[in-house]
Design a binder for this molecule. Sequence first.
Ligand SMILES: C[S@@+](CC[C@H](N)C(=O)[O-])C[C@H]1O[C@@H](n2cnc3c(N)ncnc32)[C@H](O)[C@@H]1O
Ligand SMILES: [Zn+2]
Length: 273
Amino acid sequence: MSALRCSVCSAPLHPDGRSLRCVRRHSFDLAKQGYVNLLRAGVDAGTADTSEMAAARADFLATGRYAPLVDVLARVVEASGEPEFVVDAGAGTGYYLAGVLDRVASAWGLALDVSAPALRRAAKAHPRIGAVVWNLWEPWPVADGVADVVLDVFAPRNTAEFHRVLRPGGLLAVATPGAGHLRELVTELGLLDIAGDKTDRIAESLGDHFEPVDVDTASHTAELDADEVRKLVLMGPNAHHLHRGGLGAKLDALTGATEVTFEFDVSVLRRKE
Ligand SMILES: C[S@@+](CC[C@H](N)C(=O)[O-])C[C@H]1O[C@@H](n2cnc3c(N)ncnc32)[C@H](O)[C@@H]1O
Ligand SMILES: [Zn+2]
């Protein structure tokens, strides 16, 4: 709570019954599901994950297939010293932030995401998570220099705000899909090419504000049953394109197991002064 700022006037926010309020009496309702919406304006349709995508994401992540990425992120947070506050930008259902907080008992976490259905889940994912609906492209409703670590897992990157909310010397971890991520499904199902920016491109784009510390890659393969493949596809951007190339029909027709490659790159950067 002490890290949050009013999205109208930037004053600190305080709990007041079922809302958060600043000294100028700007007020934001706490949803009964445990998150707060600080947005003042709407966001473009199609930006936020839908409740179907959030449900598919929660179900798929519960299989543990992406657990190696939690390990990498937790190691980054542990390496930051004795972290007290971790911000997850585009936290989705809170899976990664909750996994990190399980490992780092000293820290509290803030989940920022524009998707209310995803944040309902994030708010319940861990007792030390606070969840705020926000558009990452706007200045964040977060005080200067309060975060020990910012996580960004497959989410939009706002360099200026990463820098502003991090303390001096704080760490930024940017996770992106590696070159081989889900390559079997890209071939067999014709998925959108989900490969993220190359890590040198990420370091370059953040270079004015951050110096690169490390790039960690985690990769493994697993046999997925048809139901897991469906969830994996429906939790991401392909969910918006089920008619393209008959993707929906291909998913319906799936039976048996598919070998799938998972590959994650995590760029670790340190905030420059
Ligand atoms: C691919 S998902 C990743 C979610 C989570 N980090 C994970 O890996 O499970 C991208 C997330 O970014 C969120 N998102 C997209 N654009 C956003 C924006 N402008 N502001 C805030 N969140 C945004 C979506 O709602 C979604 O939860
Ligand atoms: Zn205010």
